[in-house]
Design a protein around this ligand. Structure first.
Ligand code: NAD
Ligand code: ADE
Length: 418
């Protein structure tokens, strides 16, 4: 079996950590047990491009239990957990192409190694796999039944492909399941971003002016948790509704140009390009911390920061200190890549349990129905979303009420008024 990981001897450590994550992923474990019996993915070759974490290890193991032949590559050069990559290869017999800190060339070489397995299904986090197949491996497209997409940025790219008439096989937007974005994007990114920031810097958040750029599902989570740790949270937005929501949620709202002057910590999570740029760096106080949790490393204009600097020094494993020509200091975390996965371990297993249960069940659905679907981006079917929510609740020991027949009829009627 061909693979490319940092060191296969790290597998023992990876194996222990994968088992630890599994203990917090009961919904996925239940699906794995079902898959072992039903084998719904028998003979399906899946190329997965995901963050290589303990949670992902549990997902690919589940797909294999369902009969799939899986290959895994990294969806980000800095998010791979090398011990996990080693254990997936050694203990699950799944080829992995991922090394933490790989350069761009290696990242794409790894992606192409996964594509070399001639997938019948793709599982993406950010749409690099689908985009590369559509641009450079068109010959494979006819055999591809469909794919799934994990994150907001990937879904946006795929919807653009659909709009341009470029998308050549159906995709299920796992990100858009309520059991995904309401928990993963909000509580997962909220907690793990703070975790990454603190592991990278060990700063005190209490009393800091903490600027969150983007008040979407991820931004809401980060703002909520930063506030909980005593920071004065400032939101910047471009969407008037989300801006209004931020204000009524009790946060300060202002344009980034104003926030730049008073912020101590800046965190981008917009999925957009060039959010923090030269004009903002020019206004910042000396010693600020700048980080990103959005999918790509394009939210902070690093080329401008480089140009404005007279020197740069790595002062901590995940902190690059830029000394500007006017002697101010700007601390950039994780080269502008997702701070929660590069400096910490990504979302906790409890939330990935639901995200990856969606991935597993959406893959099964695509295997069965993909040939009937159009070349479009689809949502996760409600039956899957609701089933995952019910399972999660029941595993958590929580009970809810049920609609009576009378209530159901009332909700479906229009005649009765006051
Ligand atoms: P979202 O669409 O819910 O929110 C993005 C917000 O950013 C929107 O409200 C939008 O108006 C705002 N925005 C866009 N341009 C802006 C600008 N110039 N200034 C200020 N705000 C701006 O998306 P989301 O689900 O919150 O995801 C955000 C990003 O995080 C995406 O790239 C997504 O893929 C990524 N993501 C990362 C993780 C992680 O583990 N780090 C997890 C989930 C999603
Ligand atoms: N995205 C965010 N957190 C993650 C995790 N723990 N595993 C895989 N993908 C993730």
């Amino acid at each position: 079996m061909e693979y490319d990981v940092r060191d296969i001897n790290l597998a023992d450590e990876g194996s222990l950590r994968i088992a630890w994550a599994a203990s917090s992923m009961p919904v996925l474990r239940l699906i794995e047990e079902e898959f072992k019996v039903r084998r719904p993915l028998e003979g399906i070759r899946i190329a997965a491009c995901l963050h290589v974490t303990t949670e992902t290890a549990n997902l690919v193991r589940t797909l294999k239990a369902g009969g799939a032949e899986v290959v895994l590559c990294a969806s980000n050069p800095l998010s791979t957990q090398d011990d996990v990559a080693a254990s997936i290869v050694r203990d699950c017999g799944i080829p992995v192409f991922a090394i933490k800190g790989e350069d761009k060339e290696t990242y794409y070489r790894h992606l192409k190694a996964a594509i070399g397995h001639r997938p019948m299904m793709t599982m993406d986090d950010g749409a690099d796999l689908v985009s590369t197949i559509h641009q450079e491996h068109k010959d494979l497209i006819d055999q591809i039944i469909g794919g799934t997409e994990e994150t907001t940025t990937g879904v946006i790219r795929l919807r653009s492909m659909e709009k341009d008439g470029a998308l050549r096989y159906p995709i299920i937007a796992v990100n858009d399941a309520r059991t995904k974005y309401l928990f993963d994007n909000r509580y997962g990114t909220g907690q793990s971003t703070i975790d990454g920031l603190l592991r990278a810097t060990n700063i005190l958040l209490a009393g800091k002016n903490f600027v969150v750029c983007g008040y979407g599902w991820c931004g809401k989570g980060v703002a909520m948790r930063a506030k909980g740790m005593g920071a004065n949270v400032i939101i910047t937005e471009v969407d008037p509704l989300r801006a209004l929501e931020a204000t009524m949620d009790g946060f300060l709202l202002m344009p980034l140009q104003e926030a730049a002057k008073i912020g101590d910590v800046f965190l981008t999570v917009t999925g957009n390009i060039n959010i923090i740029t030269r004009q903002h760096f020019e206004s910042m106080k000396s010693g600020v911390i700048v980080a990103n949790s959005g999918h790509f490393n394009v939210e902070i204009d690093i080329p401008s920061l480089e140009e404005m600097s007279s020197s740069k020094k790595r002062v901590h494993e995940f902190v690059d200190q830029y000394i500007l020509k006017d002697d101010r200091v700007i601390n950039l975390l994780c080269e502008g890549r997702l701070v929660n996965l590069a400096a910490a371990e990504g979302h906790p297993a409890e939330v990935m349990d639901m995200s990856f249960a969606n991935q597993a069940l959406a893959t099964e659905y695509m295997t069965k129905k993909g040939r009937e679907l159009e070349r479009k981006v689809y949502g996760v079917p409600d039956e899957i979303d609701n089933r995952i929510a019910r399972l999660k609740l029941s595993i958590m020991g929580k009970k809810i009420d049920e609609l009576t027949q009378e209530q159901e009829a009332y909700l479906g009627s229009w005649e009765a008024g006051t």
